[in-house]
Design a protein around this ligand. Structure first.
Ligand code: MN3
Length: 198
């Protein structure tokens, strides 16, 4: 299936100073669009054009680097926009909270581990919460890679490419990660993804 750029699920200025309209104009309207455009060009002759996005990401990994990079980034950003909402962060639904405590120790430990994964990802990449064999785990990946390639299902991912934070936070990646976690995460969407993956 050809890739399409979805509209943002909120206005460009809806996330306030935590992620500015200028950042979203570049990040969604230009960077994500480029992954869609380049991905569609590479998809044409790949033999995967009739597959869905998850299949394309998994099948291109390790044998079609150009397609993989663009398809994986398309997948990552499709979810990234929905993983945020205006006035996000704060309390999470109780079934997600319970599962995090069960698998990862505590909410505080999960937050610290997630932020640490984002901080210690050298160069561009992502930090993740995913479901792997029914259990939650925190991880980080380089560039466009994501937990799908390890057989896990990502349910929360924070983009730590500089294009995601440099306009609003300059080089302060830890400050961005903290603000993102506390003020932007759409925990209801994360919970939906968890319920689908378990
Ligand atoms: Mn990005």
């Amino acid at each position: 299936m050809a890739f399409e750029l979805p509209d943002l699920p909120y206005a460009h200025d809806a996330l306030g100073s935590y992620m500015s309209a200028e950042t979203l104009e570049f990040h969604h309207d230009k960077h994500h669009l480029a992954y869609v455009t380049n991905g569609n060009n590479l998809l044409k002759d790949s033999g995967l054009a009739d597959k869905d996005i998850v299949e394309i990401v998994k099948s291109s990994h390790g044998n079609n680097a150009g397609l993989f990079n663009n398809a994986a980034q398309h997948y990552n950003h499709l979810h990234f926009w929905k993983m945020m909402k205006p006035n996000g962060g704060g309390n999470m639904p109780s079934n997600l909270e319970k599962k995090i405590i069960e698998d990862l120790g505590s909410i505080e430990k999960f937050k610290a581990d997630f932020i640490n994964a984002g901080m210690t990802q050298f160069g561009s990449g992502w930090c993740w919460l995913s479901v792997n064999n029914g259990k939650l785990e925190v991880s980080k990946t380089a560039n466009g890679e994501n937990p799908l390639i390890n057989g896990a299902s990502p349910i929360l991912g924070c983009d730590v490419w500089e294009h995601s934070y440099y306009i609003d936070y300059r080089n302060a990646r830890p400050k961005y990660l903290e603000a993102w976690f506390d003020n932007l995460v759409n925990w209801e969407y994360v919970t939906e993804l968890m319920e689908d993956a378990i």
